[in-house]
Design a protein. Structure first.
Length: 461
């Protein structure tokens, strides 16, 4: 880490001295992602200076690592020729995502800088629905013919492989453009030069449709451990490939959406600072209003037990303790189950096993928290911090028993809700921690006061 910092400081000194030749040489030695980090850390007026000293190829790579707001600022500071140079060097999939993320007026300017062929590719990719495989594929891949031998295929790859997204996997495509098979470059290299490419032993082909949802594409990469997957239409015609670096971006986006939903809101679908205030309010207001209405049931439950509270005011002191413990236990359980379902560690059929485990966990956790609450009440009474009355031992037992019931219920509710939502076809992430907490708040009050009626009847009640 200290070495990275010192390199950054040295580059900043070179920038301040306006020594562009030396800066160009130093930047050439760095990884594109590191150069992007350097540009992000610079004042806005210096970003364009650094970007202009990069070579055409390096500039395109660095540009793809920049966040959308920095990309927009750079585009505004570059000439049309410089913008054209950057776009031409970007891979089609990166270029498509750039056009998706930029404001409309910026996108129009970018489109005017593309050549007819590049514009055709971009429009082709943008024609697929959002979040489908077609939006993430690139047409830069290597193909060979079914009739070729291994030797002929390698010679063909030497001639046509430059500038492709990857040559680790090549695709056997027939004269009609249909995908016949894929084959790893290592298998070609190790095969006898006279062997037909279709006769070379290689793992079975895995392909995806351009209309497949990106979640299905992510699952395919995880399941088959591939560096790239071919994309075809419904008739098997080869359209492009999706590489593992693109699918890592998808994985990050999917995880971000799930985490945001767990907070009790709609996914933002854009970086935080790029989302307008009113759009932010709209995405958060729906769930927040629903949760607020749910919490109003807590007031209803409180009013139902108003008589008991009036006769034993001491019970009201422990309401926050009871309902927060239930909500916390439910939030823990739902977070664990949602993530396990997302990682496919659990299936719907596992709900019985999960129910049994969470029942035991809830009873143990409830007993632990109840014991802590019991000790706290007795200790505070003994040292005269608080006067709980002459029936303080019964109050302590009430809190203990209520915590046992509420925590167990919260744990079971939090663990079962994701299964129920998945079974109904909804995203389990929507069984967010706030939703579980709201549910447990209402039921927790009912459990608490029911237990109090049973234990304190004839004394405080």
């Amino acid at each position: 880490m200290p070495e990275t910092v010192s390199v950054g400081d040295a580059l900043r000194d070179i920038i301040h001295q306006r020594n562009w030749d030396q800066l160009r040489e130093r930047l050439r030695e760095l990884n594109p992602s590191d150069v992007a980090d350097l540009i992000i850390a610079l004042p806005a007026e210096e970003e364009a200076f650094v970007f202009r000293v990069l070579s055409k190829e390096q500039a395109a790579e660095v540009f793809s690592y920049l966040p959308p707001d920095h990309q927009e600022e750079l585009i505004a500071s570059l000439t049309n020729e410089q913008v054209r140079s950057v776009l031409q060097s970007m891979t089609p999939d990166d270029r498509t995502r750039l056009l998706e993320e930029m404001p409309a007026e910026v996108t129009r300017r970018l489109l005017t800088t593309l050549s007819p062929d590049e514009l055709k590719n971009v429009r082709f990719l943008l024609g697929y629905p959002e979040d489908t495989a077609g939006r993430y594929m690139t047409p830069r891949y290597v193909t060979i013919e079914p009739e070729m031998t291994a030797g002929q295929a390698l010679e063909h790859i030497r001639k046509t492989g430059r500038g492709k997204e990857t040559v680790n996997v090549v695709y056997i495509v027939d004269a009609k453009g249909r995908l016949v098979e894929d084959i790893r470059l290592s298998s070609l290299v190790l095969a006898d030069p006279e062997t037909k490419v279709l006769d070379i032993q290689d793992p079975p082909m895995v392909k995806i449709l351009a209309t497949d949802d990106r979640e299905e594409v992510l699952k395919a990469f995880e399941r088959y451990d591939r560096l790239a997957l071919p994309v075809t239409d419904a008739d098997g015609h080869m359209l492009g490939i999706i590489t593992v670096d693109d699918i890592l971006d998808v994985a990050e986006q999917e995880a971000t959406e799930d985490i945001q939903k767990l907070g009790g809101q709609e996914a933002l679908d854009a970086p935080y600072l790029n989302v307008g205030v009113w759009s932010m309010v709209r995405k958060r207001a729906g769930w927040l209003s629903a949760l607020f209405l749910g919490e109003m049931l807590t007031a209803t439950a409180m009013s139902y037990f108003e008589g008991e509270i009036a006769r034993a005011v001491v019970l009201a002191l422990f309401v926050p303790l009871i309902i927060s413990s239930g909500g916390n236990s439910g939030s823990q359980a739902t977070s664990l189950i949602i993530r396990s379902l997302a990682l496919r560690e659990l299936r719907l059929r596992d709900w019985v096993h999960v129910f049994r485990r969470e029942l035991i966990s809830g009873l143990c956790l409830g007993t632990l928290l109840g014991a802590i609450g019991f000790i706290r009440i007795v200790l505070w009474e003994k040292v005269h911090f608080t006067d709980y009355g002459k029936h303080y031992m019964l109050v302590a037992f009430t809190v203990w028993a209520a915590l046992l019931g509420v925590v167990t219920f919260g744990t079971l509710a939090g663990s079962m809700l994701p299964f129920i939502l998945r079974r109904l076809g909804f995203d389990p992430a929507t069984s967010s921690a706030p939703f579980v907490a709201t549910l447990v708040d209402v039921t927790g009050l009912c459990i608490y006061f029911t237990v109090a009626l049973l234990i304190l009847k004839g004394t405080l009640l």
